[in-house]
Design a protein around this ligand. Sequence first.
Ligand code: SF4
Length: 335
Amino acid sequence: MVKLSPSLPADRLIVFSGIQPSGEIHVGNYLGAIRNWAAMLDEHFCIFCIVDYHAVTIEYDPAGMQQRILEAAAVNIAAGLDPSRCKLFVQSHVPEHTELAWVFSSVCAMGELGRMTQFKEKSRQHAENVNAGLFTYPVLQAADILLYKASGVPVGEDQVQHIELCRDVARRFNARYGQVFPEAGAMLTASKRVMGLDGKAKMSKSLGNHIGLLEKDESIREKLRPAYTDPARLRRTDPGNPDICNIFTMHQGFSPPPLVSEVDRECRRAGIGCFECKMKLADSMRTALDPIRDRAADLLRSPSTVQGILSDSASFCRSVAGDTMAEVREVMGLR
Ligand code: SF4
């Protein structure tokens, strides 16, 4: 039986997820992750961490780090991570993350880490800087999760391998030192993957195929105009297939159900053109995103409010992390 810190509720699933403090948050992040997290806040005990220590494993601009952290926090709060119903803090404000990562690195095999798909991909993308931090990234991720004894980790398919490694780390630690950690499981979301506007790859800021969550209405319309749709629909009179169209995926994310059904039906019988369909999507996005943009702007005008939220959560998390590390040191004979 795993013992929880007295600061954590015993009757709710502890859920942990990490947020990168890098780049602009886009609608793919919102539909694929943030909105699903927001829907969990009442059911589970949710802890969200802005993972600045993970972010330093690739080249970055140190001068802009604090602003990126602030923006990541403000946009996530504005998009639904209500700080009165969850914890949102910065990883480096809780030093136990790196302490536990060191402990876990002694129960994690080199061969296992070398097999991680993300390490191979990042090594290719950042060939000039393949550092040890990139290699041990999943060990720090396991520490992030297990420091709070989280059992649920909402992730995309691409992170499932890391969650399996986290389970292996917990199992090996427990076998060697006693039952301390739960075996966390990936919570895969039902939402469809949002592709980029070019239709070639997942929506991503680095690929420049994205729509920012705080982007202005006019700019969104400009970007949607040339966006990739069903390639078989060459003429306005050609029937389309919404099932393979990313514009329809976004309609499912932003439009009310009657409009989604209308687009589904009319697209198949060429009753609506792609331009009209895209402008209807832009209208739905404006309705959904205007309140988020307004809340984010308010928060960014008041950085001290955001810093206060991050600081309150960090102090809660330090208390839980302290309890976990005391237990870890005890079972490991470190005091
Ligand atoms: S009408 Fe809409 S859903 Fe159909 S192919 Fe065009 S953009 Fe896609």
